[in-house]
Ligand binder design. Structure first.
Ligand SMILES: [Zn+2]
Length: 213
């Protein structure tokens, strides 16, 4: 499903009138280089050194904190572990890591009503598929797009393509600025822009702006 969505995204890229061929080629390279983590990690985190006593809550918190600190400290001076999951598999969520060009879909989110092997694929694409598209789009939203195909923070868009992106994004900002959450309280579209671009992109699996003109 993710591969199909990535391919649809790539087909959309080449239809963007404001994106020049050079930027398109790099965006395609970036989309093709993304790695997907699905379900659960190949290697489970080892908690065998964490001693937990049912009658000692404070001691359990300290032991867990110690183990986590030691795990983090061990990363120093080592290459990035690209197999590491930043979210437990029991969390009903998904994430994108712009630095490592990854998307992760923990087991907890791959359940009904979002996904089931029993459901017609059209239903799955309409449910978990839109979330896959959402995470994919994050790699190209107002923040994700500032990371290039190696995960480095870099100005890899031509100024003209960036101006086209900003013009399209301003439509999304205006759309969300108009939403009144409570009487007199509106969404600040600029602040929620990345999520809104990801939502629109995820449903569209094309990268067309939401409004014309
Ligand atoms: Zn998001």
């Amino acid at each position: 499903m993710i591969v199909a969505i990535e391919q649809a995204f790539e087909r959309g890229l080449v239809t963007l009138p404001w994106m020049d061929a050079g930027t398109q080629a790099r965006a395609q390279a970036k989309a093709r280089g993304l790695s997907n983590m699905v379900g659960y990690p190949d290697r489970w985190r080892d908690y065998s050194q964490v001693k937990v006593e049912r009658a000692d809550y404070f001691g359990a918190v300290v032991a867990a904190s110690r183990a986590e600190l030691a795990r983090e400290m061990q990363k120093a001076d080592r290459p990035v572990d690209r197999q590491e999951w930043l979210m437990p598999v029991s969390v009903l969520n998904a994430y994108t890591n712009p630095l490592t060009l990854e998307m992760a879909f923990p087991a907890a989110i791959l359940q009904p009503p979002l996904f089931s092997i029993e459901l017609p694929m059209a239903v799955n694409f309409g449910a978990i598929g839109s979330i896959m598209g959402h995470e994919l789009t994050h790699h190209f939203d107002d923040e994700g797009s500032t990371f290039d195909e190696t995960g480095a923070l870099a100005a890899w868009w031509t100024p003209a393509a960036r101006a086209g992106f900003d013009a399209a994004a301003s439509c999304v900002v205006s759309q969300y600025d108009a939403y009144e959450v409570l009487p007199g309280l509106r969404v600040r579209g600029k602040q929620t822009l990345g999520e809104n671009i990801a939502d629109a992109g995820g449903l569209n699996t094309r990268t067309r702006p939401m409004c014309d003109g």
